[in-house]
Design a protein around this ligand. Structure first.
Ligand code: B16
Ligand code: MG
Length: 219
């Protein structure tokens, strides 16, 4: 096997916390006096908390109405709502095939890292009972440029000590796929083939991810 590391996104790959993220943004927007259309969700997927806030405020034409401190407070309020929503998450909230794929990586001596834009990644991992599978978890607060920049995936590869050529990144968001490609890794998409057309290969969920197939496309 050429593949030596698998670098996972969290939301949309291992668990579906995107529903809760967007529901929390909807509550915040409604408090500010406007509604969020469903189409906005895809634009915030894989995007950091503060960048997502800018997208939300722009939609409500309120992006110039708050100071930096007020924006931090708005982001914190959204996070409190979100944390309350995920407080009841358990292993039953893992997406299909997530644990099996982590097990296959471990059995095949493939290193495993988490490259989630979420500062709540470690909390979610604990609740889902998957912390022990990971050799390294990137702290997104230490990353200068979020997805689609390659920084977060390159940090994971560097800490694992694996050349990016021998890493695969696995993502559900367009911004994440771009980040993986910019890092020089094989991009595995989870979700819709049309939406993730920039990925090297796309699967509907983790239960059908084929490591041998990914290995074959790794030059
Ligand atoms: P937090 P991922 C991303 O998770 C979510 O898709 C995105 O909606 C969210 O804004 C971002 O994490 C930051 O999350 O507010 O918890 O720090 O897909 O990168 O695992
Ligand atoms: Mg994601």
């Amino acid at each position: 096997m050429k593949i030596r590391a698998m670098i996972f996104d969290m939301d949309g790959v291992l668990t579906s916390s995107s529903d809760e993220h967007f529901a929390a943004w909807r509550i915040l927007a409604s408090d500010l006096g406007f509604d969020l259309p469903d189409e906005l969700e895809v634009l915030t997927k894989g995007v950091s908390r503060m960048d997502s806030l800018e997208i939300i405020l722009k939609h409500g034409q309120m992006q110039d109405e708050f100071t930096y401190e007020q924006k931090n407070e708005l982001a914190s309020s959204k996070n409190e709502i979100y944390m309350d929503m995920i407080s009841k998450f358990t292993a039953s909230d893992l997406l299909p095939g997530a644990v099996q794929l982590l097990e296959v990586c471990k059995a095949g001596n493939i290193k495993v890292a988490l490259a989630s834009a979420s500062k709540n990644g470690p909390i979610l991992m604990e609740r889902l009972g998957i912390t022990h599978y990971f050799d390294y978890v990137v702290n997104p607060a230490e990353i200068a440029h979020g997805k689609p920049a390659p920084d977060i995936f390159l940090k994971a590869a560097g800490e694992l000590g694996v050349n990016p050529r021998f890493c695969a990144g696995i993502e559900d968001a367009v911004a994440g796929i771009r980040s993986i490609k910019a890092a020089g890794m094989i991009a595995v998409g989870i979700g819709d083939t049309d939406e993730l057309s920039e990925a090297d290969i796309v699967y509907p969920d983790c239960s059908v991810v084929d490591l041998l197939e990914i290995n074959r496309i790794m030059l």
